[in-house]
Design a binder for this molecule. Structure first.
Ligand SMILES: [Zn+2]
Length: 202
């Protein structure tokens, strides 16, 4: 699975699916095994998120068939959808932010996201387990840039591992490095560290 970063302006102008199609047309990538360019190799239909309806996911494969068998293909996932999820990042994020600060109950969140309350509990559990790890990663990334290194390393900031702080940190990260990316986006985490949420699922 590979993530295609989708610019927030594209989404605003064209909607989620068309923005993804445009991003795919401009996408290029190289094989992690041999470094050759990846090429398009058909599509498959994804039925979820249901709010969006079935849409086509682009598949790619390595152009170097001598080294990498053409049977190995990867799907290009839009960055508004985390791997193996049936709800958009935007909806998941709204749930996590509003439940963690007490604005929504589990039931309200379940209704808004159109999922079972136990799904909400699972999202919360995964996100909370990920917080310290993601904070470390983001602070490391920010600290490697001169303008922020002093501020992060002089001890004047202290981070507790709460979800709301994670979202603040994500906003900072995005503002410094990816202004074109949707705000406060958990998808930014997946772009940098694709298995972040999957590894902390249970
Ligand atoms: Zn290859």
């Amino acid at each position: 699975m590979l993530m295609v970063p989708i610019c927030r302006v594209l989404v605003k102008l064209f909607g989620l699916v068309r923005a993804y199609e445009i991003a795919v047309e401009q996408w290029s990538g190289t094989c992690i095994h041999c470094g050759h360019p990846l090429v398009y190799a058909g599509t498959y239909l994804r039925k979820t998120p249901r709010s969006i309806g079935p849409f086509k996911i682009q598949r790619v494969l390595c152009s170097n068939h001598a080294l990498c068998p053409p049977s190995v293909r990867a799907g290009l996932l839009p960055s508004w959808l985390l791997p193996y999820q049936r709800t958009t990042v935007e909806v998941q994020q709204a749930v996590l932010e509003n439940v963690s600060d007490g604005t929504w109950t589990l039931e309200t969140a379940a209704e808004r996201a159109n999922v079972e309350p136990k799904t909400i509990s699972r999202w919360l559990g995964t996100a909370r387990r990920c917080v310290p790890w993601i904070q470390q990663k983001i602070l490391g990334e920010l600290g490697s840039h001169h303008s922020l290194a002093d501020w992060i390393h002089d001890g004047s900031v202290s981070w507790t591992s709460s979800l709301s702080q994670l979202f603040s940190l994500l906003t900072l990260f995005r503002n410094r490095m990816y202004r074109w990316f949707p705000e406060r986006s958990m998808a930014l985490v997946v772009l940098f560290w694709p298995y972040a949420f999957l590894e902390h699922r249970q």
